[in-house]
Ligand binder design. Structure first.
Ligand code: NAP
Length: 251
């Protein structure tokens, strides 16, 4: 596999694990991060140790200007993006009676609009219609999209439902232009996003009892699924939602 892989939200969790594993697959890697300068530098060093090229790009995925600049900087360093993993995302625990318009706007700006604008920029570079060579995109959705989220996660679930619907429609739009677009839907995975809640044994036991495999996932298990969807092994797959969730939910 060769190509230029851009990973948003790449300095922690699923994005970071994907970056580390992508290093041995022949990609040049552009690692986007927002606040985690130290972690981003460490991941770049780890990737370079494996002999791959990598740069870190600080950019806010809720800002259109930052997204455009991130694609420009990637192209300048390595050439046009050929593979994109949209992993940047935020979770919010809030019931409907505590919804706040500003918080909702930030949630959707990051998880939905930012992801869609990253896809726009990638499509312009990848599309055979625009002189590109094609490419592959994976959007990190969530199993929350399938059930409306666990208690207190309805707003977050709504953003991931939007990601799923967008992924399906966008995939059909650009399939004739050589671009594959898929989503991976993790269940509960131990990452920086969930570690505080999962440190509570009662919560963790409750969650694990609801998962057919009886455990939460690892970031590497999601990274492997995403890297497979990005790879040529998934050459005839587009518009798919791949559930990586230990069997979903016991109901
Ligand atoms: N962990 C789970 O159980 C789980 C389950 C289903 C889906 N997911 C999804 O998986 C994806 C990755 O999450 P994760 O579990 O790996 O958690 P994570 O470690 O918190 O990763 C999310 C990353 O996104 C970055 N980010 C957030 N807002 C950003 C912005 N505006 N611009 C750029 N980067 C931004 C964060 O950086 P900063 O901290 O610097 O903002 C963080 O590094 C997310 O889309 C999440 O919704 C996770």
């Amino acid at each position: 596999m060769t190509g230029v892989l851009l990973i948003t939200g790449g300095a922690s969790g699923i994005g970071a694990e994907t970056a580390r594993r992508a290093a041995s697959r022949g990609y040049s890697i552009a690692l986007n991060y927002r606040t985690r300068d130290t972690e981003a530098k460490k991941i770049i060093a780890d990737i370079e140790t494996k002999g791959a090229k990598a740069i870190a790009i600080k950019a806010d995925m809720a800002s259109e200007a930052d997204i455009v600049r991130m694609f420009e900087e990637t192209t300048k360093a390595f050439g046009p993006v050929t593979h994109l993993l949209n992993s940047a995302g935020i979770g919010r625990q809030m019931r409907v009676d505590s919804y706040d318009a500003v918080v909702l706007a930030t949630l959707f700006a990051t998880n939905v609009t930012g992801l869609m604008l990253c896809c726009r920029e990638a499509a312009k570079l990848m599309s055979k219609k625009h002189g590109g060579k094609g490419g592959a995109i994976v959007n990190v959705s969530s199993m929350a999209a399938t059930i409306g989220g666990r208690s207190g996660s309805s707003a977050y679930a709504a953003t991931k439902g939007a990601v799923d619907a967008f992924t399906k429609g966008f995939a059909r739009e650009v399939a004739p232009e050589g671009i594959r677009v898929n989503a991976v839907r993790p269940g509960m995975v131990l990452t920086e996003m969930t570690e505080k809640r999962l440190a509570d044994a009662t919560f963790r036991n409750h969650i694990q009892a609801s998962i057919p495999m009886g455990r939460v996932g690892k970031a590497g298990e999601i990274a492997d699924a995403a890297l497979w969807l990005l790879s040529d092994e998934a050459a005839f797959i587009t518009g798919a939602m791949l559930d990586a969730a230990g069997g979903g939910y016991n109901i």
